[in-house]
Design a protein around this ligand. Structure first.
Ligand SMILES: [Zn+2]
Length: 301
């Protein structure tokens, strides 16, 4: 059986999948907010507790923020910055006495949805996390594409493509660059822009709900958001040409995305006059996709 762990900023979730993908156990603990060693201990304890529940030694896969540098083996790019520069995989392998597979959380979403989720059977899958941050991951034939820097699919810190005059230069991003896709498509940014334009305070998912209910200001904001997401995804389609794009994160619940974005991306994808068959899909497993994908980093056996 396979343990998947989703290491988040506020919680660490773990589950056990059996060979056919059925969930056998699930536990959740708060992420320690103190020193790094407490996070290592919390994961080791969670693995032990899950193995007690199912009565078997399991493989362990972990989804985490950021990436593991192929050059140094250390965590980088994590928004939970206390992880950055730490040898998390080596520490866990030593403490757990086995090989541990680890992947970025967007890669785990893509693995989950490509394995037995919304994109099952699709050869090339791009998984997108739209939430407080914006990230992505590429999966080919069920396996995550890691790459030379372990940043394959990290398109949230590319600039927004085809910027309009009023979108230049864009906002300063925490990564030090300006006008990153994340600064246009994150939930906080959608909420802030709507507030600036209308004076109304609504959460991102509520703006989508209001648009569906006929609110003209919300509909206008959603059209703008969908056009920007289409521009951002058109570049991914031009480069990796995925069969399916699966959205995850809190903003993946915004229903208008799935009908409007594929309309907008017709203007931007280089595929004239051919049809664009790439599907844009909501996640089958919702918030559980990351933790399931971590378990799927090991084959069923
Ligand atoms: Zn950035």
């Amino acid at each position: 059986m396979r343990i998947g762990i989703d290491l988040g900023g506020t919680k660490i979730e773990g589950l056990v999948l059996d060979t056919d993908g059925t969930e056998r156990a699930r536990l959740r603990v708060a992420t320690p907010q103190g020193v790094y060693e407490e996070t290592v201990q919390a994961i080791v304890d969670l693995v032990a507790a899950l193995e007690r529940q199912v009565g078997a030694r399991c493989s362990v896969g972990i989804g985490h923020p950021g990436a593991i540098s192929p050059a140094t083996g250390l965590i980088k790019n994590a928004n939970s910055t206390r992880l950055n520069g730490q040898p998390l995989r080596a520490d866990l392998e030593q403490r757990l006495g086995r090989e541990v597979r680890m992947q970025n959380d967007a890669n785990c979403l893509a693995v989950s949805e490509a394995s037995d989720g919304a994109a099952a059977g699709s050869g090339i899958v791009f998984g997108v996390i739209l939430g407080t941050g914006v990230g992505g991951g590429v999966v080919i034939d069920g396996k995550p594409l890691t790459g030379a820097q372990a940043i394959a699919g990290e398109w949230g810190h590319n600039p927004l493509p085809h910027p309009r005059d009023d979108e230049r230069p864009g906002l300063r991003c925490y990564c030090g660059r300006t006008g990153c896709i994340e600064t246009w498509l994150s939930g906080p940014r959608l909420q802030a822009e709507f507030e600036r334009r209308t004076g109304r305070t609504l959460r991102a998912t509520d703006i989508a709900e209001a648009a569906l209910a006929g609110d003209a200001q919300a509909a206008e904001q959603m059209e703008l958001y969908c056009d920007r997401l289409a521009r951002a995804l058109s570049v991914v389609i031009n480069i990796v040409d995925p069969h399916a794009i699966v959205l995850g994160g809190g903003l993946s619940r915004m229903a208008p995305l799935y009908s409007r974005v594929p309309e907008f991306w017709k203007k931007y994808v280089f595929s004239e006059p051919d049809l664009i068959v790439t599907k844009l899909l909501p996640p089958r497993f919702g918030d559980s996709s990351g933790v399931r994908g971590a378990a799927w980093l090991w084959p069923a056996k």
